[in-house]
Write a protein that binds this ligand. Sequence first.
Ligand SMILES: Cc1ncc(COP(=O)(O)O)c(C=O)c1O
Length: 388
Amino acid sequence: MIYLDNAATSWPKPDRVYETLGSFLQHSGANPGRSGHRMATSAAGMLDRTRNRIAALFNAPGPEQVIFTLNATDALNFAIKGALIAGDHAISTVMEHNSVRRPLRAMESQGVTTTKIPADSEGFISVDDVRAAVRPNTQLIAVTHASNVNGAIQPIAEIAEIARENGALLLVDAAQTAGTIPIDIADMGIDLLAIPGHKALMGPPGTGALLIGDRVDLDDLNTVREGGTGGNSEEDTQPRELPARYEAGTHNTVGIAALGAALDFLVDVGFEEAGHHEREMTWRLIEGLTGQTGITILNPSEPSQHVAVASITVDGWEPSEFGTTLDSAFEIACRTGLHCAPEACQALGAFPGGTVRFSPGYWTTPDEIDQAIEAIRELARSPLTMTS
Ligand SMILES: Cc1ncc(COP(=O)(O)O)c(C=O)c1O
């Protein structure tokens, strides 16, 4: 199979991820932070190690500012529901994934007002529109770093300046950028960064993190989940200390250990190189499809302005039928439809059918891309026969 669905979750994973998934549970499967025996302390050491790696990678103020979550959605929910209360205003964009769109919608029913910034036909939002949307009660600006539909990278540093000038927090959804392009939360002015562990960071499903910048006052970020943390047990309120404040309950230790192994792998091969390879494979695919009759490419025209996601529509084909045929006839795995981002598809002129999305990964080879180009061209040449 040619796997071009890494934007959903990366596959395959490095061998050491599979090995750790098996061995960690068997040999170090105790509950970290709960007991003082050696197996529990060794599991706690692993959590610290992975936390340190993540903090260093994104330049978090300290490892304790890295909160383990189940995925990016979980991190986004912590940030959105923790930062907003009735009477607050939040700004987001039409390019958001449902993991931002739906929590914000849920907060509207609790007295939060929201403004959505439009995007141009390439998926970019305007910094001026963000500035114009700010109100005295704007508490949060939530922006996806790069679109999961067409990869468009948003101007985060400029939006951060607006957030700072106006006393709002900036939440960045880095689901499609963590591990593919460098992110320095201090330099870029990001207050809250939501990352998945299972996409470009190559960890297993069930891993992710919320990174908290040094400008965030813990009084402005309510807890969303309360429970045991292994310490301060006499109190019936959540401890103030990080990371325990936002990490109630038993961790996904196995997943976090395997994420740690994935990060070790990426340190060995080089994050920059890995990210660059994925983008190169995407550019190769786009180049091979450019100018082909019946194929519309929805990516930004400037390659450096998008991440490793290519979206197309094909005349005469429903995206879902196209994807199913690529799978059954050519063993090519891609994703089709609205990609949990319906308004982004609308902005790109691909609603309600959505797009056919290809997302190369670290292991994708030029030969696989060339086979995909041939298959896509072949199907695009025969829309009527293939759909009848
Ligand atoms: C832009 C974007 N945000 C959020 C998410 C949700 O990530 P997760 O599946 O880790 O919850 C995705 C998933 O594809 C995404 O592409």
